[in-house]
Design a protein around this ligand. Structure first.
Ligand code: 5AD
Length: 354
């Protein structure tokens, strides 16, 4: 049931306010999810291995120079212990995420990946930012299966202002897209995604984001609301620091708009793995995960980072976290998934290809 939605239709859905009509979108997305990826909800154990970052992204609390942030790097032993925990909880995948941190040397990352593969057999997803091709290939050779690199917006002008280079020069969207294409060629499953409601982002540009997901044939798609972080240019109350004044209509960063984007992403890329993101759960702590799972998503990424580090991985404030480590927390997560008529996934849960 891949629905080839036109640009106008997508924009129409993004502007739709009628609850009854929106019910049709939720239903179509949920059916599409069921038919293409089934009722399993795959759990990926997220380990935030370092919060050091050399980049200056205008929205992110880990940006270089954020003096208030206490920086950390996990040790190899600590990371392996987290991976073993993921395996013991029955997860099929561990996700290693960090800022763009060259303190994590290519050889060291390769060694960690090799050990995780050998000692746990889990699928390994990396999300370590833009790194040189030789390093990304080395990690693939070491056994890494997937790579996540969000493009955040498909609007090259907005991309440029929110991703300044270290010299202050604007960032280039096409470089990131080229890297995604290379990752795919080297045999990675590739993931990307966007934030919804970035200051300066229009509804039209969200529609273009969805079209780019489809053009890239993404295996994984992460979508969450933009959440203002007061210690960043985009989150500061000084509106002159904001990326751009929007001429068209500014996209909202509310739950409804995020859910529309999830549902439309499912229809655009029926076989993709789509998480119900932490950012969505952050703006609706009660039932954000359920909202996402009911509107196209099929993945949850419980955070397995040791708590003392987790609080310092502050990409945005007040980040939600499902308790997935205590027996009680895990039983509750299973209960929440089963209450939706779904079940816990088993195996690596990679992209299904015909
Ligand atoms: N609001 C929402 N999401 C954010 N991220 C970083 N900063 C913010 C923010 N202020 C997201 C990025 C990144 C993920 C780890 O967190 O999209 O990919």
């Amino acid at each position: 049931m891949s629905v080839l939605l036109s640009h106008e239709t997508i924009v129409g859905w993004l502007r739709e306010t009628d609850t009854e009509r929106l019910g049709e979108l939720w239903h179509a997305a949920d059916e599409c999810r069921r038919i293409n990826v089934g009722d399993e909800v795959h759990l990926r154990g997220l380990v935030e291995i370092s919060n050091h970052c050399i980049r200056l992204c205008g929205y992110c609390g880990l940006r270089a120079g954020g003096a208030r942030l206490e920086r950390y790097r996990m040790t190899e032993t600590e990371i392996i212990a987290c991976a073993q925990r993921a395996a013991s909880f029955g997860y099929g995948t561990v996700v290693l995420q960090s800022g763009e941190d060259y303190g994590l040397t290519a050889e060291w990352v390769a060694k960690v990946v090799t050990r995780i593969k050998r000692e746990t057999g889990l699928a390994v997803t990396l999300s370590l930012g833009e790194r040189p091709p030789a390093e990304l290939r080395l990690w693939r050779e070491a056994g890494a299966d997937r790579y996540l690199l969000r493009f955040e917006t498909s609007d090259p002008g907005l991309y440029a202002v929110i991703h300044p280079g270290r010299d202050g020069a604007p960032g280039h969207l096409h470089e990131r897209l080229e890297l995604l294409r290379c990752l795919r060629e080297w045999g990675y499953e590739i993931g990307s995604g966007v934030m919804v409601g970035i200051p300066g982002q229009t509804v039209e540009s969200l529609a273009a984001d969805l079209e780019l997901f489809r053009a890239l044939d993404l295996d994984m798609i992460g979508i969450g609301p933009f959440i203002a972080h007061p210690a960043t240019p985009l989150g500061s109350s000084d509106t002159t620091a904001h990326a751009r004044t929007v001429v068209g209509d500014q996209a909202s960063n509310d739950e409804l708009t995020v859910c529309k984007m999830l549902a439309l992403a499912r229809l655009a890329c029926p076989a993709a793995n789509i998480p119900s993101t932490t950012a969505l759960a952050t703006i609706n702590k009660q039932s954000g995960h359920e909202q996402g799972l009911g509107r196209g998503a099929n993945v949850i990424m419980p955070n397995l980072t040791p708590p003392s580090y987790r609080v310092r991985y502050e990409v945005y404030p007040d980040k939600a976290s499902v308790d997935a480590t205590s027996d009680k927390g895990r039983a509750s997560l299973t209960g929440r998934i089963e209450a939706l008529g779904r079940r816990m996934g088993s195996g690596p849960g990679g992209r299904r290809r015909p």
